[in-house]
Design a protein around this ligand. Structure first.
Ligand SMILES: NC(=O)c1ccc[n+]([C@@H]2O[C@H](COP(=O)([O-])OP(=O)(O)OC[C@H]3O[C@@H](n4cnc5c(N)ncnc54)[C@H](O)[C@@H]3O)[C@@H](O)[C@H]2O)c1
Length: 323
């Protein structure tokens, strides 16, 4: 069989995206469809929305914790799995760590067992950078930085990485863990607790005040969702296993972010400052040189341009957001 024939066979085999009706997952689904891959989505629609999905996608509405995963993988002839379904709210993970662990740890173990039993070729896991490393020791945390998760969410994501490695690698399933920084872009849910950019844009475009907790000098690394999609595709196309930080590698303070977000929304009102949240991480920025070197992820959407495009989307989709 020629290489072309091999790759066109792989192209015909469906990909499973868990959490595909979510913010990041729906962009990934769209990108794979555009490449000609059939896509199956497993999503319980707890925070996701079926309206985000194109019609040609098969949506299996179900909870990761009780869906018949081996049967789904076998019957749909799933070639590779992109695991994004998760409880993503850090504060909720602290208020209800058992629920967080049920979805993010036990759900991931069940998927790992099914992927190993059905011998899928690869599982690409959406993990997290900031919440796993904690405050970086030096300027930017690389993949070898000590892991000091400060929340139940971070602990669960780290456990998910380790379970996938232990249960899948042994069975010959490649495991690629992508540790994202703070992701933003169109379709982010601006109504929840997670995703400061979406929350601010919703408020500012609705004529409301946006809030900064603390002095605004805390920093984060913001990555556009298109770059996260590119990272998942590169992980799949290269077939590389291992852990990769996926961020812009740029440290931006919350005050500077607010200035850019307000500008992108055409608003000049200042933010309202409220007392900082106890235990909130002070600095977070990822060293992304491994992903640049090994996955070819060299270019990133510049923050100001990415925010302008995101604000345009929020302007046009406030009705979709139920506002
Ligand atoms: N958004 C970020 O900044 C960020 C940063 C780091 C990591 N991540 C990770 O990326 C992934 C996607 O995040 P997102 O921002 O798109 O969140 P999201 O909430 O929009 O997407 C999560 C999706 O998973 C689904 N889901 C939740 N629990 C489920 C369950 N038990 N069974 C089946 N489906 C379930 C939800 O309905 C939703 O569609 C998550 O794993 C998250 O932890 C996100």
């Amino acid at each position: 069989m020629t290489n072309d024939a091999t790759s066109s066979k792989a192209q015909d085999q469906p990909l499973l995206v868990t959490g595909g009706a979510g913010f990041i997952g729906s962009h990934l689904v769209e990108a794979f469809l555009a490449q000609g891959h059939p896509v199956v989505v497993l999503d319980d629609l707890s925070t996701g929305d079926a309206k985000r999905l194109p019609k040609e996608v098969r949506l299996e509405r179900g909870d990761l914790r009780d869906a018949a995963l081996p049967e789904l993988l076998r019957e749909e002839r799933i070639h590779a799995v992109f695991h994004l379904a998760a409880q993503i709210d850090v504060r909720k993970s602290m208020a209800d760590p058992l629920f967080d662990a049920e979805v993010n740890i036990l759900g991931t173990i069940r998927l790992a067992q099914a992927a190993a039993a059905e011998r899928v070729s690869q599982i690409v896991f959406s993990s997290t950078g900031g919440a796993i490393y904690g405050d970086p020791d030096g300027f930017a945390a690389d993949e070898n930085h000590p892991t000091r998760p400060y929340s139940a969410y971070g602990i669960a994501k780290l456990a998910g990485e380790k379970y996938l490695d232990a249960l899948c690698s042994e069975a010959g399933v490649k495991v690629t863990c992508l540790r994202y920084s703070n992701v933003y872009g169109p379709r982010q849910d601006g109504r929840g607790e997670a995703g400061v950019i979406g929350i601010w844009m919703n408020r500012l475009l609705g004529g409301e005040e946006a809030v900064i907790y603390g002095d605004g000098l805390q920093s984060r690394d913001f990555i556009h969702v298109a770059d996260v999609v590119a990272a998942n595709r590169a992980a799949f196309e290269s077939g590389k296993s291992g852990i990769f930080n996926i961020g812009a590698g740029v440290e931006t303070t919350i005050n500077e972010l607010y200035r850019l977000v307000a500008e992108s929304c055409g608003v000049s009102r200042p933010a309202r400052y409220l007392p900082g949240k106890p235990g909130e991480q002070r600095r977070s920025v990822l060293d992304v040189s491994k992903a640049a070197r090994e996955l070819g992820l060299v270019e990133h959407v510049p923050l100001a341009g990415g925010l302008n495009a995101t604000a345009l989307w929020f302007r046009g989709h406030r009705a979709f957001q139920g506002l």
